[in-house]
Design a binder for this molecule. Structure first.
Ligand code: ZN
Length: 275
């Protein structure tokens, strides 16, 4: 479904809601008149002290504003399934939805993207990413600065098979084996505060830069790939600095559905360990 079709659909839903809301209001105004009548009657006889003057209180209560239905009487949300989970491959290493984990090595294992570019942002280690992901990082870092005054930096982005060979330290909870690293897709980036505070440490999740990323990265097509409570699914400990570009469409869908890992979203087996 195209963006304009989706807009049109949401307009239709909007219109339908307005019609329902309008008819509900009419019914409720009628209802509230009866209620007000009863209240005024009660106040007149029982002398309730809730309002200084019975007349004023009754007048306020008669307005449609105070006669709004309780939230549980609102029309149900539209349940139209619009997201196509097969729109991109999860197997092709060149797909922005490719899922790489301990059970899903890159194929071929020495895959290298053809459109790597230098990401023009602050960094501690020369950052390369695929063009689309690079553009998104630039926009995201700029927004962090403009909206929150936060300066971000790249600590690590694309890593080749051979770079991963030298980085892999034997601890499978912390680093990926060569051929199994999301960094090799050119779509993953380790982000830090430009100040270097909590760089590549769990406390990054608690400082302003980490919190801003957690709350806003989806807008630019990134997901926090290794959430704190998903080690049994992803096979990695919480990495509040590691973000994976999947595109705005998927990042938005995952946020709206509350599904935080690619494995769960695509119905893939958990990958706590190498096969
Ligand atoms: Zn990383």
């Amino acid at each position: 479904m195209s963006a304009s079709e989706r807009r049109e659909l949401s307009d239709q839903v909007q219109r339908r809601r307005l019609v329902i809301a309008a008819s509900l209001s009419v019914a409720l105004i009628a209802g509230s008149v009866a209620v007000v009548g009863a209240v005024v009657g009660a106040e007149a006889s029982g002398g309730a002290a809730s309002s200084p003057a019975g007349g004023e209180g009754a007048e306020g209560a008669a307005g449609p504003e105070s006669a709004r239905p309780a939230p549980d009487t609102a029309p149900p949300p539209a349940t139209v399934e619009t997201f196509d989970r097969a729109a991109h491959s999860i197997d092709d290493p060149a797909s922005i939805w490719v899922v790489v984990d301990k059970l899903r090595p890159l194929n071929p294992q020495d895959y290298e993207p053809v459109d790597l570019v230098d990401v023009p942002v602050e960094h501690t280690w020369e950052p390369l990413l695929r063009q689309e992901a690079s553009d998104a990082v630039v926009a995201m870092f700029q927004a962090a600065l403009d909206e929150a005054g936060l300066e971000l930096a790249s600590n690590s982005a694309f890593r080749s098979y051979s770079a991963q060979e030298s980085i892999y330290d034997g601890d499978d909870l912390l680093t990926a084996r060569p051929g199994f690293s999301e960094h090799q897709t050119g779509l993953a980036i380790d982000i830090g505060a430009a100040s270097g505070e909590c760089s590549l440490a769990a406390c990054f999740g608690d400082i302003a830069e980490g919190v801003w990323l957690r709350d806003n990265a989806w807008r630019f097509g990134f997901i926090l790939r290794y959430p704190a409570d998903k080690t049994p699914v992803t096979g990695y400990e919480f990495e509040p600095w590691h973000y994976r570009y999947v595109g705005v469409e998927l990042a938005t869908e995952m946020r709206e559905t509350g599904i935080t890992t690619l494995e769960e979203f695509f119905g893939l087996p958990a990958a706590p360990e190498y096969g």
